[in-house]
Design a binder for this molecule. Structure first.
Ligand SMILES: Cc1cc2nc3c(=O)[nH]c(=O)nc-3n(C[C@H](O)[C@H](O)[C@H](O)COP(=O)(O)O)c2cc1C
Length: 460
């Protein structure tokens, strides 16, 4: 068995390697498999499932990867604890500063930024608002990415990239304001496919791995990546075995394949094998897909053995889903805080309105809003053109937004991130009789019409 010596490709080296591999279609599968024993290997080899006895089978390929040393065995001044948490997923449009602050306020263990494409952030200017402390990266027009220092210990910046050098440059722009860098290998949108980013990287593992290597080599922060499942389990495990060999600190798996639609059931049953590989490398694996919060977290953890659970749409519907005692009413509790954050930080109105439209009212006992009241609220949001108009229509006072914002920031600042174990906190809340959950029978997607269940209706 060949044993690799770890070497550290520079971003430029990784780029050259990617260019070479892109044009190298000449090697045979066995040559490709052979070359995987070096850190920068030909990554085009896929378990072919053939019964040609000369070819190593999938399990052998995985074992070979697992026997090789970590390519970048690094330690960091500030390690991130990815375990025992409910975390906020990366979400374009939704995962902006107000959502992340609300999620952290209610107990999210970590928060991912929305995907930001490498070229978008490269060349941006960083400004700090002296009143709010909000840090904004922009190129003259609207903000590309905004953050507040209080979220830094929990904030992972997700990059969209298909180029090691650009990925490193993008990470270097923001590294002073975040605690980790994540590579998006899961977005299936046509844009990703054409650009080679997101889920397209699953089909070009050479590039995927070289981006991770370049980030690991150059960025002084924990590196992670978020993938989807490949169509078959053997090819997924093979890819995972190579990804987790690079030296990343966390792997998140959206338990759907690239072609699966969000409404299709997430394939949790495929995660346990991946988690088992992670455990052999001491690497946490986060389960993503169909997490509802407290109504199904035990099932997910039991079925997958995952270290943490990542929530996207559940947090989009109600960011208080992270509370160990169970979610609270959007209209009375969350919306006032959202409006305060949005007004105080000057969040773009279009985004604030979008966030409001994504909120969904919980059923009793969390919320007692009637259908008529929800419809009225939706209409108010829909017709409003400013935070002030929404606040007036919903009768929410916004004359003390600074106090509300300061209280949110204070609560987040008082948290102890290293010791947070959400499962223990949940257990304690249960033992103390503090838990009020949504009824487990509720299907959050049952009525997708925002006028029926939400605070507002999204504008196209
Ligand atoms: C509005 C929205 C935006 C999203 N943007 C991203 C993104 O920027 N990066 C990413 O990796 N996934 C993105 N996703 C996918 C989610 O992170 C998550 O993988 C997916 O929604 C499945 O989780 P869920 O079942 O908890 O919703 C997005 C999802 C939604 C709903």
């Amino acid at each position: 068995m060949a044993v690799a010596t770890a070497r550290s490709p520079s971003p430029a080296g990784a780029v050259r390697e990617v260019k070479r591999l892109k044009t190298d279609h000449t090697s045979t599968p066995s040559q490709q498999v052979q070359s995987q024993s070096t850190p920068i290997a030909s990554d085009n080899a896929q378990p072919n499932g053939s019964d040609d006895s000369d070819q190593p089978n999938e399990a052998e390929l995985v074992e070979e990867q697992m026997s090789l040393p970590i390519e970048f065995p690094k330690t960091y001044e500030n390690e991130l604890n990815y375990r025992d948490k409910l975390v906020l997923a990366p979400m374009v449009r939704t995962g902006t500063l107000p959502t992340r602050l609300l999620s952290l306020y209610y107990g999210a263990g970590l928060v991912w930024s929305p995907e930001v494409v490498d070229k978008a952030i490269i060349g941006s200017e960083r400004t700090v608002d002296p009143v709010t402390g909000v840090i904004t990266y922009h190129k003259g027009q609207g903000p590309i990415f905004s953050t507040h220092p209080v979220e830094k210990p929990y904030l992972i910046f997700q990059i969209g990239s298909s180029d090691p050098e650009l990925a490193v440059k993008a990470a270097q722009i923001v590294q002073q304001d975040v605690s980790g860098i994540d590579l998006n290998c899961g977005c299936p949108k046509p844009f990703s496919t054409h650009s080679g980013m997101g889920a397209a990287l699953l089909s070009t593992p050479d590039i995927l791995l070289n981006i991770l290597r370049a980030l690991l080599d150059s960025i002084p922060l924990p590196i992670s990546c978020k993938i989807r499942l490949l169509p078959t389990q053997p090819s997924t495990l093979f890819l995972v075995s190579r990804i987790i060999r690079t030296g990343i600190r966390n792997l998140t798996v959206h338990c759907r394949t690239r072609d699966m639609r969000p409404a299709e059931r997430a394939l949790w049953e495929r995660l346990a094998d991946i988690v088992a590989l992670g455990k052999r490398r001491g690497l946490p694996v986060i389960c993503n897909g169909d997490g509802d919060g407290w109504t199904n977290w035990e099932k997910i953890r039991t079925e997958t053995n995952a270290d943490s659970v990542m929530l996207a749409r559940a947090a989009e519907r109600n960011p208080s889903v992270f509370l160990p005692t169970g979610p609270v009413c959007n209209m009375t509790e969350v919306v006032p805080k959202l409006l305060a954050i949005a007004k105080h930080t000057n969040n773009p109105w279009g985004n604030t309105k979008f966030l409001l439209t994504q909120f969904k009212a919980s059923p009793p006992p969390i919320s007692n809003m009637s259908k008529q009241e929800r419809k009225q609220a939706a209409e108010i949001v829909s017709k409003s053109k400013t935070v002030e108009q929404v606040a007036e229509g919903l009768k929410i006072p916004i004359d003390n937004v600074k106090d509300v914002f300061d209280a949110i920031v204070k609560k987040i600042a008082q948290r102890d991130r290293a010791d947070t174990n959400i499962w223990e906190e949940r257990h304690e809340a249960k033992v103390n009789g503090q838990v009020i959950d949504e009824p487990a029978t509720v299907d959050g997607e049952a009525e997708v019409d925002g006028f029926e269940v939400g605070v507002g209706q999204a504008q196209s």
